[in-house]
Design a protein around this ligand. Structure first.
Ligand code: ZN
Length: 428
């Protein structure tokens, strides 16, 4: 009896040693793999244009260290946080609204990869005015894709622009009149549910019937309210802001060409310091002097540069048929227009163009320009894990050059993973 007990004890000790060794070895291997996966990026920091080396570990920024100089051949490489685009209607031939249920996982992936290539590491797919059926269907698909691990958390949530906007020509913009309707909280809740409760922002016209109650409900539910495609008076804008509206969507656009010079929706939105603005700085939607004035009034912290980009971005110049059967032309300069009328048909310019243009037009610094596409949208949508280069934040990082006043993306990292490498650049 005693002997057998001793044997068991001895065996247990051996087993203990064996398992301890295996455990320590595993820890060592795990640590080595992690150390191995650690990577570094060296570039001129976008804030002060001085060289730094950023260390990435487990998808996060593990360190930012000043270095004395840049490596040969990379002296003009800048490093900045990946851009955040808060209004993406589609990309690279993929539309988030108009496909009537044909939106697929592959389509969302294609759009995301094309955005990565253009330096956007986080985006907010934007669904515009359409039928309840199409919106519900596409929100369901996008809500599912938001959690697709292959997209690395690049979809932050969604923006619903319309259908609760002004039905008036000019203010309505390109939104189809037959689908414009009054704000309906029940419908909104239904759409939000379809998206997995991921709608971050809704852009509405505050002068429409029921809009004020709708804004209050959004505020209560933590949904950002944007004012857009509207013809609201000063009193209405004031009340909308009092109730919780925080941003004027693509300010200066979504407005009729002919407005009263004294009484129009632009002045009250510009005058109210509580209201942020988003602006499209693609060189076609606003004139340089408008951008300069808007920026002077609102300042860096209350301005977000958006692309409002459509599915025509990243496509070759030429003529296309839109979902309404109209001919649309993408010019070699990147302007998207109806050739018959010669008027804009939306945007096809990536956000990086807005960053370059805002520096050129306003004279703002690179740091300020990037703040308007990184820190500000991150703050507005409570994306606390991104929007700046800081230890502990997601390693959503871009490396780029400025060539002929345009951003040329060299590398894009999302959650620490290299998702885009500009091979053309290295061929030269
Ligand atoms: Zn719009």
């Amino acid at each position: 009896m005693m002997n057998s007990k001793k044997i068991i004890q001895t065996l247990s000790k051996r087993q203990k040693i064996f398992y301890s060794t295996i455990f320590l070895l595993s820890l060592f291997l795990l640590y080595s793999a992690k150390s191995f996966s650690q990577q570094t990026i060296t570039g001129l920091l976008y804030t002060d244009k001085k060289p730094v080396t950023i260390t990435i570990k487990d998808g996060k920024i593990a360190g930012i260290k000043r270095v004395s100089k840049m490596l040969k051949g990379t002296q003009n490489y800048f490093v900045a946080p990946g851009m955040i685009d808060n209004q993406v209607n589609g990309y690279a031939g993929v539309s988030f609204t108009f496909l009537g249920g044909e939106l697929t996982s592959e389509g969302v992936r294609k759009a995301t990869e094309a955005l990565w290539k253009d330096g956007v590491t986080t985006y907010i797919p934007t669904l515009t005015t359409s039928s309840n059926e199409v919106l519900k269907k596409n929100f369901t698909i996008l809500g599912r894709e938001k959690n697709n691990p292959e997209l690395l958390g690049s979809i932050a949530g969604f923006h619903l622009e319309g259908p609760f906007i002004s039905p008036l020509d000019g203010f309505r913009g390109a939104h189809p009149l037959r689908y414009v309707r009054k704000p309906d909280w029940n419908e909104f809740q239904e759409l939000n549910k379809a998206s997995g409760n991921n709608i971050l922002e809704v852009t509405i016209a505050p002068e429409t019937e029921g809009a004020m109650e709708f804004i209050s409900k959004c505020k209560e539910a933590g949904i950002i309210v944007g004012l857009g495609h509207h013809n609201a008076t000063t009193d209405i804008v004031n009340e909308a802001v009092n109730r919780g509206a925080v941003i004027a969507t693509h300010f200066g656009n979504g407005c009729a060409n002919m407005i009263n010079r004294h009484i129009n929706p632009l002045w009250p939105q510009l005058a109210d310091d509580r209201l942020m603005i988003s602006i499209i700085v693609d060189g076609f939607h606003l004139n340089p002097e408008e951008i300069r004035v808007f920026y002077k009034v609102k300042g860096t912290d209350k301005t977000i540069i958006t692309s409002d980009v459509t599915s025509y971005s990243s496509l070759p110049p030429g003529k296309y048929l839109n979902s309404e059967g109209d001919t649309i032309e993408l010019t070699t300069e990147g302007m998207l227009r109806y050739p018959a009328q010669g008027v804009l048909a939306g945007s096809a310019s990536p956000l990086k163009k807005g960053v370059a243009n805002v520096m050129k037009v306003t004279g703002c610094s690179m740091e300020e320009a990037f703040r308007m596409v990184t820190t500000n949208p991150a703050r507005l949508y409570h994306l606390d894990d991104r929007g700046v280069l800081e230890v502990g934040k997601r390693a959503d990082i871009i490396l780029f050059q400025i060539v002929d006043n345009q951003l040329v993306i060299i590398n894009t990292y999302v959650n620490g993973k290299l998702v885009y490498e500009n091979k053309d650049l290295f061929k030269k």
